[in-house]
Design a protein around this ligand. Sequence first.
Ligand code: CTP
Length: 372
Amino acid sequence: MQINFDNKINEIIKILALEAERFGVKIYFIGGLVRDVLMGKKPLDIDILVEGDAIEFVQSLGDFVQIKSLHKDFGTIKTQILDVDIDFASTRKEIYPISGCLPTVEKIGCKLEEDLIRRDFTINAMAFLINPNLDFTLVDKFSGQEDLKKGILRLLHDNSIIDDPTRILRGLDFELRFNFKFDSNAQKLIQEYLKAPNREGLSVDRVILTLRKLFCSPDRAQKAFREFLKRNYYKILFDKCDLNYSEIEKAVSLFSPENLSEVYINYIFAQNIEKKEFKNRVEIYKYFKTLNVEDLCVYWAKTKDDNAILYFNKLKNVELKISGQDLLNLGFKQGKIFGEIFDALLEAKLADNCDIESFEDEIEFVKNNFLK
Ligand code: CTP
């Protein structure tokens, strides 16, 4: 099997393959790259699995490789070779001491098969053996290619979801991205897990990372969030939730935030947001100015506070043009009066039909109201 890389990448891969032969290890393309190539897509990231110790292998390559970071405990190493980002990983055997926790590495440099079986779905557990002739041999121990053709998400073993419940969310992502389906066994294991999730050791950070991926595409985020609620996947995190997709979708349409992942994730975790009391527009302005548009969205979804809309549509672009130096130039002495002047000016500028626009208008306002 050939891969449609550009010439520079082909040259790099050829050199890596020859070096691997010299070093005495087998190296493979792995995971998403193999899946994507078999689906006829151009691979985005280059991940290479070393059947052995990836760090030792990469270090043996000398100046050819620029090491960006390395993670000794996991045997992973991020590099740049002739300006191309390539991530290397050692084959590793992992165990999950507690459901949902980050895995513990039992062995680095294990057999390829032991590394493949720790993965999420058969479609992600295939490898291409890298040869110097750039004709790569597919290693498919779990019939991943057949599942890929059928569009099926099949787990590699029955403990997979208990080990790592974020695979439920990864599966949903693959369903929406590729129009795939969990097979009946995966569906059964997911239902069983959601009935009695054990969250004691759950890595919430990993859940958040997976959610970020799930909600990152503007085309799919809305559907993904609806499915997340409909299928009770929130139970990975909580027993109950008072989330409502229509209120957050309304908020998204009102505020057009750029980062939908942040909106949906913050909404999921926003349990205790309450409507704020404001005495005037200055307070409204000062409070909402501290929030980014994603947080504003979530605040509105949880409270339906019209002040958030008032701020967003009318107040958010109001800025004072004068500074403390201008007040000194007008003869004021630094102190409490500065705050009083700025607040009064802000209040005037935040009012409907305000005609204070230019720097000169603001100076005029200060003179008229504070110098007489
Ligand atoms: N993986 C896993 N369980 C997880 C996360 C990842 O088994 N919870 C394995 C899968 O074999 C996956 C590989 O690690 O293919 C790399 O993961 P990642 O880079 O997150 O995803 P890709 O499968 O490469 O897919 P894509 O980046 O296209 O989403």
